[in-house]
Design a binder for this molecule. Structure first.
Ligand code: ADP
Length: 400
């Protein structure tokens, strides 16, 4: 292993720190893992490398301890010979606000800006920064790069990112649509370009996991995306509502005699597939229940599919006819059942023809599931947000 050839992609959440190590420029995955249950009485650390798994149960009081565990485990397992091989660390930062339209090297000014955005994304930006501080403390002399979920969506026009609220709210408080999962949407259109030379490329990307968003992307530039000011907006999700009439917040607070904060939390955590089905947010269980005839599961799935189909219709118009549709993330990559339900809703309007058998058996592998006569190409492409973080860290780190 050469010196300065390893790059780390970090996704720090409030109680977890996920990581993947790659060698560059080969883009070879070296290992992946996570420090979980940070701040709880007992934490869990795991590292997967080659075909082995290293696991440890130990208290992880904070992110710094999580990072120390990771670095020690890398040496103990001989995944790396010394810290000298680590060339850079890329950190996922969820909210980049209006400031960042691309990845940047961390500087005190960048930290200050990310801190100033904490009110817009308290559950994300704070832990994202904690992850950075923890890594920077132990690896201060290598480049650290911030990669934003919002950056790729910064090409939207005002009529696509502004809300019809008093204009001052937008200008003074920056209340506008930002969009998320940007690294995933960008990865998907770049991958599509490797497999299909559509010109112009007019794509609707469907990142459908427990968090889910769609984007309309023309020639690698985002025209519109479904998530909004926060990841609560857009299509229905595992536990989140997606777009709803905002007065529901007001009436639910009155009826339940709850504070807005509590109702807001319920819209985030107790709604979506979970809320409608009353059973689970997990699509695998809902697929099974649906097929077994459970009516609430069927209703939840019908609502879910309807909302995705509505956005696809909207984005088809926004793009003046899309020529590709991509499914990705947990549900989009793996579930032929959900893809078929969605495609059956939109196929006639979009002139889509797809291979039903191929769709049903496609899982986690880049595959074109439309037939040659389809007017819109339909692709399943597994996303890889970490490799986008690694590529930007490599690119920006080289110049640092
Ligand atoms: P997030 O990153 O937002 O947590 P994921 O992209 O991991 O979400 O997606 C989670 C969702 O994907 C869950 O609803 C889960 O049921 C579904 N999912 C994950 N793996 C599979 C699979 N192999 N088959 C079907 N559904 C899957």
């Amino acid at each position: 292993m050469k010196n300065k050839s390893i790059y780390i992609a970090v996704n720090a959440g409030s109680s977890s720190l996920k990581f993947k190590l790659y060698t560059m420029p080969e883009e070879t995955l070296v290992c992946s893992g996570m420090a979980d249950r940070i701040g709880q009485s007992m934490g869990e650390f795991s590292l997967k490398y080659a075909d082995q798994k290293y696991q440890l149960e130990t208290p992880i009081p904070n992110h710094e301890v999580g990072v120390e565990l990771l670095l020690k485990a890398l040496l103990d397992t001989k995944v790396i010979p010394s810290y000298d091989v680590i060339a850079g660390v890329g950190h996922r930062v969820v909210q980049g606000g209006k400031y960042f339209s691309g990845s940047v090297l961390f500087t005190p000014e960048v930290v200050e800006k990310i801190e100033s955005l904490i009110p817009l994304a308290p559950l994300h930006n704070r832990p994202n920064l904690q992850g950075y501080f923890a890594f920077h403390k132990v690896l201060p002399s290598i480049p650290h790069v911030a990669v934003f979920d919002t950056a790729f969506h910064q090409t939207m026009a005002p009529q696509d990112y502004l809300y019809p609220i008093p204009y001052q709210w937008s200008t003074q408080f920056d209340l506008r649509r930002y969009g998320f999962h940007g690294t995933s949407h960008q990865y998907l259109v770049q991958e599509l370009a490797k497999h299909s030379n559509l010109s112009p490329q007019k794509v609707i990307t469907c990142h459908i996991g427990s968090g889910a968003s769609l984007a309309a992307i023309k020639d690698q530039k985002v025209v519109a995306t479904s998530m909004g000011l926060t990841p609560l907006g857009g299509i229905m999700m595992g536990t989140r509502t997606g777009d709803i009439d905002p007065s529901i917040l007001h009436f639910a607070a009155l009826k339940l005699n709850e504070t807005y904060e509590n109702v807001y939390a319920m819209l985030n955590k107790q709604s979506g597939l979970l809320g409608v089905s009353g059973m689970t947010s997990d699509s695998r269980d809902l697929e099974e229940a649906h097929l077994a005839g459970n009516e609430r599961a069927q209703l939840a799935n019908q609502l879910f599919v309807r909302r995705i189909a509505d956005f696809i219709g909207q984005y088809h118009i926004r793009l003046h006819s899309a020529n590709a549709l991509i499914f990705s993330a947990g549900i989009g990559e793996n579930s032929g059942f959900y893809r078929q339900l969605i495609l059956d809703e939109v196929k006639d309007a979009l002139g889509i023809d797809f291979d039903r058998e191929l769709n049903m058996k496609t899982r986690g592998k880049t595959t074109k599931i439309s037939t040659p006569s389809s007017q819109v190409e339909v692709w399943v492409i597994p996303t890889n947000e970490e490799i986008m973080i690694i590529r930007d860290t490599y690119r920006l780190g080289k110049g640092a």
